[in-house]
Design a protein around this ligand. Structure first.
Ligand code: FPP
Length: 242
């Protein structure tokens, strides 16, 4: 056995023992990764997008069935146009490749967020990919033009349009973008920041958190192992005394 397969076995064991089935990533630090190397910020996003594919594969290999990533927030439009365009191009080529690669990977893709603000061509490709992969078991949620507050507003609007005058927690869970899946067990944020930045506000009520200084393009199996190990050592009490 190689060192890598021994490590994956170790992580797989912790994943299964701890019941970790849904992990979410706030992929921060692409800009700093690039500027630290004297490169333009766009190079950091390119490297971040490549690593994102690796990390998703790694999560599947260790038995984590659902991965959610924060790819572009409703606030990220405030960035310089060249940087926004570079991220959109990366997303576009990711979605194009995903259709082709899906044959072997068998992942269900779901985009969380308001697609109407995206370029019509990208928005259509995202919907096509969702439809094409709808029956696959493993799930990858990509938050794109996503904001947790905007998500709740659209959920309330949806419920009002359906004639509701009051709502239960189940109604809201059924009207948000993640109605098709459970809440994240673990949310990881890279690059030494300690905030949610409008990510999964409703869904994170009982999530565990893990923060690391590692910049997203450098996120590796060692980092995943540290996060899973920390998660496996936690006692989730959901407000009760256990
Ligand atoms: C945060 O780093 C990262 C983003 C705002 C964008 C994340 C985008 C990608 C990983 C690439 C595209 C994604 C996919 C799914 C193909 P930052 O720019 O805020 O870093 P900094 O805090 O160091 O400036």
């Amino acid at each position: 056995m190689t060192d890598k397969s021994i490590q994956y076995d170790r992580i797989r064991h912790m994943v299964s023992e701890s019941g970790l089935s849904h992990i979410a990533f706030i992929m921060d630090g692409n800009g700093r990764w690039a500027t630290g190397r004297g490169l333009p910020r766009e190079a950091g996003h390119k490297s971040g997008a490549e690593n994102f594919k690796k990390v998703v594969r790694m999560c599947g290999d260790v038995g984590i069935d659902t991965v959610t990533v924060y790819a572009f927030s409703t606030e990220n439009w405030k960035r310089p146009l060249a940087e926004v365009n570079a991220i959109m191009r990366l997303l576009d080529s990711f979605v194009r490749d995903a259709e082709r690669e899906n044959e072997e990977n068998k992942i269900r893709f779901v985009f969380l967020g308001d697609k109407s603000a995206l370029a019509p061509e990208l928005s259509r490709k995202c919907t096509d990919l969702e439809n094409l992969t709808a029956n696959n078991r493993r799930l990858l949620n990509i938050a794109l033009n996503y904001g947790g507050r905007a998500e709740l507003v659209q959920a309330f609007d949806k419920l009002i349009a359906a004639g509701k005058t009051s709502a239960t927690e189940e109604d809201i869970s059924g009207a948000i973008y993640t109605a098709h899946c459970g809440d994240p067990d673990l949310i990881v944020r890279t690059a030494g920041e300690y905030r949610l930045s409008n990510f999964l506000l409703w869904q994170s009520a009982y999530s565990e958190f893990f923060f690391t200084d590692t910049l997203w393009p450098d996120y590796s199996a060692d980092d995943l192992e540290a996060a899973v190990k920390s998660f496996a050592g936690r006692r989730r009490r959901y407000g009760a005394v256990l």
